[in-house]
Write a protein that binds this ligand. Structure first.
Ligand SMILES: C[S@@+](CC[C@H](N)C(=O)[O-])C[C@H]1O[C@@H](n2cnc3c(N)ncnc32)[C@H](O)[C@@H]1O
Length: 322
């Protein structure tokens, strides 16, 4: 087993090119796994570290990559099992052989999960084959889900769109939920998937959109609807909100300017907003502005499309090192 200096990034589904643009000096590409690591020279005890630049367009990052030579499937599985339990296969070449190794490992928790649930605490690894007898793996990945992927048990009747799944995922990562009675502003609410998810938690929701809200959502207890351009709605007109949520389709800069008003006002406690990229490009400059706001995380969620999610919590602003 040879530990490597650096990390490997698994691209967000459909956004390999964005990730390659973020990591122009990668040294290997296996499927959508972008490597940025170096091998220790043989016999070396180098303490060289390779900077692992932050990249947004990932579904998970292999944090402790290693190369392992093996002469049989069972020996590969045994070597990995000795490190920890959970290993997600990422087949690129030799798909059958990769699958046989995966079958020799403990089963992964792949069942759809009912919201809310606690994030898995045990480490999640990943592996792929670089040759018949050579495996690239990492016992620790940034996402606790296999290859960063998971699914919710979905409600096919209540919500009028499936967009609620990305709000659920953001709330899971925030590890905090709106409390019953919390006041939420849901900007760009139509047809009402996010409003549905918030109201189901017992929150009071002001749903704002230029388009209509689904009548079944309008009828939910605690839901109010305002037909309005969200960006001309000033914080002082709304008053204090516990959660400011936005899924408005707009240029990232328009969202940033509106959010800046809220940050200045101090009237919003917590924020979950999608930063939607317009056209095929990635607005890195505005994304960085969001990321630099104290107490922020900007992530590509498994349920995101061509968008990133900005999460900013009062508890993170109060304890930035936590
Ligand atoms: C992706 S959809 C929102 C889906 C919604 N979150 C759900 O869960 O069903 C984006 C919404 O943004 C709304 N929108 C776009 N510009 C807006 C603006 N300036 N003010 C308010 N709503 C806006 C659109 O009308 C559209 O309904």
């Amino acid at each position: 087993m040879r530990y490597l200096h650096g990390v490997a990034y698994l691209a967000a589904r459909g956004f390999l090119q964005h990730l390659l643009d973020e990591l122009p000096d990668y040294n290997r590409l296996d499927g959508e796994l972008v490597s940025r690591w170096k091998e220790e020279p043989s016999g070396g005890t180098s303490t060289e570290t390779i900077q692992a630049p932050h990249a947004y367009w990932t579904r998970t990052v292999w944090l402790e990559p290693f190369l392992m030579e093996f002469d049989s499937i069972s020996k590969a599985a045994k070597g990995m099992r000795a490190m920890q339990r959970n290993w997600a296969p990422y087949p690129t070449i030799l798909q059958r052989r990769t699958a046989l190794i995966a079958e020799a490992l403990p089963p992964l928790p792949l069942k759809a999960k009912a919201f809310p649930f606690g994030l898995p605490k045990s480490p999640m690894g990943g592996f792929t084959l670089l040759g018949e007898n050579l495996l690239l793996g990492s016992a620790l990945c940034s996402s606790p889900f296999p290859n960063g992927e998971f699914s919710f048990v979905e409600d096919k009747l209540g919500p009028p769109s499936r967009a609620y799944r990305k709000l659920w995922e953001a709330l899971l990562l925030a590890q905090t939920l709106p409390n019953p009675g919390d006041f939420c502003l849901d900007a760009g609410a139509s047809p009402g998937g996010w409003t549905w998810a918030l109201a189901k938690l017992g929150a009071k929701v002001l749903a704002v959109d230029r388009a209509a809200l689904d009548p079944s959502i309008l009828a939910m207890p605690g839901v109010e609807y305002l037909r309005h351009d969200a960006f001309t709605l000033k914080p002082a007109e709304c008053g204090a909100v516990d959660w400011l949520c936005s899924d408005v389709i707009c240029y990232p800069r328009a969202l940033y300017e509106w959010i800046s008003l809220w940050l200045e006002s101090g009237l919003a406690q917590n924020y979950i907003c999608t930063i939607k990229m317009q056209g095929p490009s990635f607005d890195r400059e505005t994304t960085e502005l969001f990321a630099r706001i104290p107490g922020s995380k900007v992530l590509h969620l498994w349920h995101n499309r061509h968008e990133l999610t900005w999460i900013n919590l009062k508890s993170w602003r109060d304890a930035p090192e936590a």
